[in-house]
Design a protein around this ligand. Structure first.
Ligand SMILES: [Zn+2]
Length: 89
C-alpha cells in the first residue's frame, strides 16, 4: 500500500493527544522506542510503531489528525484496509 510519510511533528501531536504511544488496538507499549534525546530537544524516531488511518485512504480517509492513530506493525498489517477492525479478529 503506497502511503505518504507522516511527519515527526504529526506523530508527536498524536502521542500528545492520546497521552501515550501505545498501539491503539492491542495497547502494546511503544513509547520508549519513540523519543531519543533529552531536555525536550530530542528527535522522534519511528521504529516499532506505525500510524494507521482509521478510515483508510483508499476508502476516502484523510491524512488529518482525527483520522490518525498509533498502531504497532502487527496490528497495522492485520487491519490493512478494513473499516472498524477489532483486535483479535
Ligand atoms: Zn497492536
Amino acid at each position: 500500500m503506497a502511503r505518504k510519510s507522516i511527519s515527526n511533528k504529526t506523530v508527536k501531536s498524536i502521542v500528545e493527544r492520546d497521552g501515550s504511544a501505545n498501539c491503539t488496538y492491542c495497547r502494546r507499549f511503544g513509547a520508549s522506542r519513540l523519543f531519543t534525546g533529552s531536555k525536550g530537544k530530542g528527535a522522534w524516531l519511528w521504529i516499532e510503531h506505525e500510524i494507521d488511518h482509521v478510515i483508510p485512504l483508499s476508502r476516502g480517509g484523510t491524512d488529518e489528525l482525527p483520522n490518525l492513530v498509533i498502531t504497532c506493525r502487527n496490528c497495522n498489517r492485520r487491519k490493512n484496509n478494513k473499516l472498524g477492525w477489532v483486535y483479535g479478529t
